[in-house]
Design a binder for this molecule. Structure first.
Ligand code: CTP
Ligand code: MG
Length: 251
């Protein structure tokens, strides 16, 4: 244990890592979070990314329902900083349900929560710390995000989506007002728990549930290395980022 005073006087921060998805878009193989990047499971990279922040005292991993024991073994086998505890709980059918199961496992005394996709294994610690700092400064919900590189069109979706027939364009939102959001998203614990117990309907991130409560959500700068590993090409990009880090600082 370090003998420094903990950075959090008021806030104790935990990270919930939903890792229970199958990774259908990545193609056949092990559950996405257990796929290796440069020999280490993606989930371990993601857990280390959270534990790298001195403010994070607990990591709750939400494992594939059948894989909780395997995930526990993996975490036991990979060293984390001594200041970081971890718990493993089985996940659910949807990301939303998995996050809720992770929140249910939080002990008393945790006042701030990060929710971080296992599928974003390479988020830099500075981004994690920026999110935590904004929560500690009083924001109830904080989202790291980046401006868009592509122009976005709103369409009338047709069956088959990307591979289907041409889709009529409805509108072109002003790109300058749009942001692509990442994780970790940071929250006041009570607000996030309230969102997960009262908001129904499917969503793709946690902050949008807090928006539905009518609570304010703010954006802080995200990072290009916080991209989500979704399709096979993303695995190549992730391994290239790791190779660059190793070359730059022997990490
Ligand atoms: N997730 C989860 N429980 C689910 C579904 C998703 O914990 N039932 C997690 C994933 O493990 C991932 C994060 O939510 O870390 C973001 O989801 P996504 O990138 O969509 O991952 P998958 O659902 O695994 O991928 P796919 O949609 O391609 O199957
Ligand atoms: Mg998914």
């Amino acid at each position: 244990m370090s003998d420094e005073a903990p950075p959090a006087r008021a806030a104790r921060t935990a990270a919930v890592i939903p890792a229970a998805g199958r990774g259908v878009r990545l193609g056949p193989g092990a559950p996405k979070a257990l796929r290796a990047l440069n020999g280490t499971p993606m989930l371990i990279h993601a857990v280390r990314a959270m534990a790298a922040s001195r403010a994070v005292s607990l990591v709750v991993v939400v494992a594939p329902p059948e894989g909780a024991a395997e995930v526990k073994n993996l975490l036991d086998a990979h060293a984390l900083p001594e200041r970081t505890d971890y718990l493993v709980v089985p996940g659910g059918e949807t990301r939303q349900e998995s996050v809720r199961l992770g929140l249910d496992a939080l002990p008393d005394g945790i006042t701030a929560v990060l929710v971080h996709d296992a599928a974003r294994p390479l988020v830099p610690v500075d981004t994690v710390d920026a999110v935590i700092e904004a929560v500690r400064d009083g924001a109830v919900a904080v989202v790291p995000a980046l401006p868009l590189a592509d122009t976005v069109k709103q369409v009338e979706p047709r069956p088959g989506g990307e591979k289907g027939e041409p889709e009529p364009v409805v509108a072109t939102p002003d790109r300058a007002t749009l942001r692509a959001v990442q994780t970790p998203q940071g929250f006041d614990r009570d607000t996030l728990v309230r969102a997960h117990t009262t908001v129904t309907g499917s969503v793709t991130d946690d902050a949008s549930m807090v928006e539905q409560l009518g609570e304010p959500v703010v954006v802080v700068p995200g990072h290009e290395e916080a991209f989500k590993v979704t399709r096979p090409l993303d695995l190549l990009l992730a391994e290239a980022v790791l190779a660059r880090r190793r070359a730059n600082d022997g990490f």
